[in-house]
Write a protein that binds this ligand. Structure first.
Ligand code: PLP
Length: 378
């Protein structure tokens, strides 16, 4: 049985008519930049995130970049983050001229280990970017505590965690700003790139709005150098159709995750650990196994989608050689990059597909050197 890692066509089939109507509405209006769809989405994302303001932007990457720029972070500054993340987190820091400083992760959650942050702070440190990896929020209380003590901004990279909670508080609402991505594979994905920044700070909101339009508040007069970081109204219209389903879709992912958890109990497969303070949206269901690379290869040959998020930590990336700082040992980040594997967890998976994935992984875990189908290791 074929089980892709993600099947967006199934989801699209359930909302196709509404999406086509929404797109037609934008095209008929010929409001092609900004406009009511972007404003409505901003208002709704702010509301579900328990934030006062939201600013639609062109991608999750640009949400991070515009946030750093609006907070005046640049050359000579340092920003503390995790090495075990998608490239955009560290890449955005680097693009402002600031130095990414990497701190190790908690091996249970794969998120920034709050106890390691303080030792990484210097006189140049301006901000911390906690990344809510795989849909589960970081342990935010100790992160906010150390940030307050040292007067640092906190930029939540919530690209994988829209509507996830920590102690009942929404992703993006705890830090100075929160950044979301609408990349198609995220829980709330557009038909292309898109992103959003949320904040409760009115002055920062104003700066972010300027930042996404070349730093100008009054047309053709520029107080700061910004960029073209605007959210496309066609994407906003599509996202408005999808937003009411986000809760159900995330719930279905949690159900699928719970099913795998049960199936893998008392096997050699390490299932995701969810902090009791958190509700995860399971953007990924990520296991830890020995012989990980053999398993990936075997699953792919079986027609089962599986992906490694992420195979090379940021501090080992060629582009950051001599252009980042490693604060303490990053042993857990390195180990995770060799052991983790994400399995299909998307909402539309059928019971047969879930069984198929679980059975195969279990058989492999029982005898990794001698997988059950003979062609597997060719
Ligand atoms: C997806 C993602 C981003 C970037 O989002 P884009 O919309 O693809 O630019 C940033 N950080 C993390 C952790 C992500 O998963």
């Amino acid at each position: 049985m074929k089980v892709p890692l993600l099947d967006l066509k199934l989801q699209y089939a359930t909302i196709k008519n509404d999406v086509l109507t929404a797109i037609a509405e934008v095209l008929d209006s010929q409001v092609c930049i900004g406009g009511p769809k972007v404003a409505e989405l901003e208002q709704k994302i702010a509301a579900i995130s328990d934030c006062k303001f939201a600013v639609g932007v062109s991608s999750g990457t640009d949400a991070l970049l515009a946030s750093l720029m609006a907070l005046n972070i640049g050359l000579g500054d340092e920003v503390i983050t995790t090495s075990f993340t998608f490239f955009a987190t560290a890449g955005s820091i680097s693009r402002t001229g600031a130095l990414p400083v990497f701190v190790d992760i908690d091996p249970r959650t794969y998120n920034l280990d709050p106890s390691k942050i303080e030792a990484a702070i210097t006189g140049r440190t301006k901000a911390i970017i906690p990344v809510h990896l795989y849909g589960q929020m970081c342990d935010m209380d100790p992160i906010m505590e150390v940030a307050a003590k040292h007067n640092l901004h906190v930029i939540e990279d919530a690209a994988q965690a829209i509507s996830a909670t920590y102690k009942g508080r929404k992703a993006g609402s705890i830090g100075t700003v929160g950044c979301f991505s609408f990349f198609p594979s995220k829980n709330l994905g557009g038909a292309g790139d898109g992103g959003m920044i949320v904040t409760n700070d009115p002055a920062l909101h104003e700066r972010l709005v300027a930042m996404r339009s070349h730093g100008s508040q009054r047309k053709y007069y520029h107080k700061d150098v910004g960029g073209n970081f605007r959210l496309d109204p066609l994407q906003a219209a599509i996202l408005l159709v999808k937003l009411p389903h986000l809760g159900d879709w995330s719930e279905a992912r949690r159900r699928n995750a719970a099913y795998y958890n049960q199936a893998f109990a008392s096997s050699g497969v390490q299932t995701p650990w969810i902090n009791p303070d958190c509700v995860s949206i399971f953007n990924q269901y990520t296991i830890r196994v020995s012989h990980r690379d053999l398993l990936v290869q075997a699953l792919k040959q079986e027609g089962i989608g599986a992906e490694i998020y992420y195979p090379l930590p940021m501090h080992e990336q060629e582009c950051f050689a001599g252009k980042c700082r490693v604060a303490g040992s990053l042993r857990e980040s390195e180990t995770a990059s060799h052991k983790v594997l994400s399995l299909p967890v998307y909402p539309e998976l059928t019971q047969d597909q879930l069984d198929c994935v679980a059975d195969y992984v279990l058989r492999f875990a029982a005898s990794p050197e001698r997988p059950s189908s003979s062609e597997v290791l060719q």
